[in-house]
Ligand binder design. Sequence first.
Ligand SMILES: [Mg+2]
Length: 435
Amino acid sequence: MATNLHQFAKKNGVKYFFVSFVDLFGVLRSKLVPATAIDEIQSEGAGFAGFATWLDMSPADSDMFGMPDGDSVIQLPWNKEIAWVASDLYMDGKPVETSPRIALKRQIEKAAKKNLYMKSGVECEFFLVNEDGTSLSDQRDTQAKPCYDSSALMRRYDVITEICDSMISLGWKPYQNDHEDANGQFEMNWDFSDCLVTADRHAFFKFMVKSIAEKHSLRATFMPKPFTNLTGNGCHCHISIWDKSGKKNMFLDKKDELGLSKTGYNFLGGIMESADKMAAVFNPTVNSYKRINGSVTTSGATWSPSSITWAGNNRTHMVRVPGAGRFELRLMDGATNPYLLQAGILLLGLDGLNNKRDPGKRLDINMYTEGHKAGKVKKLPLNLLDAIRDFDKSKIIRAGFGDDLVNSYVKLKNQDWGTFNKHLSSWERETTLDC
Ligand SMILES: [Mg+2]
């Protein structure tokens, strides 16, 4: 039985619910529902006009209903009168197959048929910036190598600890917070979970960080590359597959040199096969490609991949195996859709398992300085347009996500590219005016 939201409100003093969903562009959308009406909304759904969001719908379409998933409910730690709840979208009595949370549930169902369950954890990096996002909020944060800078972290102690205390109160088991490798950049880590729970928490985390930063008169951004000379915002994901009991890690093989089982290597093989094709999901914005193809930053490294390679405990590759029984995919950035991120990984991993894909040889070189020694390796797309075309053409992704989702995503992302292309940059003027 899913959590009864009416009872939840009574027990916890909640006056309003944010009945929320995330659209294809990762925008978190909500209706603010009074607790006095939540019983009806939990059984009938909250009505939305789909066309008004990024879901590729028409103004003539029927009402879309967000059916709250009671088990996802989170009371806002910074305003306990309100509780957030994720919802699944329905139209004309059927699930909306182009909606990201449903897309993730479809992949989870496919894995469950094989008695496999993905657990994951995400590392959502963000910057604290000024009001219009053009400079850092902390003008004294200027070290060339600012990672783990104690003083800069101390100057943001109030906001970071309010977020961390919130995660403790929610039972997410946060375990570390740091100043990251770029000036003004932070990362906060909490425990891994079932991938749907991680996706819900990821969506909520972004909302929470932005809200608490605003409360402190700051602005938080997850933009992939807000400053060209600084390290970008990654969203690395640690992945493992478990059996139904949730106690047996199917990726673990203690006899293997890296501690990965055949299941782990085949799953990784699926990621290696199609990571470039899924980049449109993992790196979904024009700006994303300034992170994964960025030049060396003032700190000395981009910490992001440009090629499809994997390694042991070596952060210069797209995939790192940091310890037995799991691996880390370092491709995704802060703009990635929390649900499509998990769905995309699971889709590629299942393709790897179904086709027993071989991830190829692992590389132990420093990819940032010795990339020329890597031999023939696939490169990631150089821009969003190439990524959309790769995504569109992938038979594996079409088979996994279905034509409806792929066609809608490609259509909306092509519009996105078209809008970008209408803008003239100052660089174009500077270099072309006198041609
Ligand atoms: Mg990091």
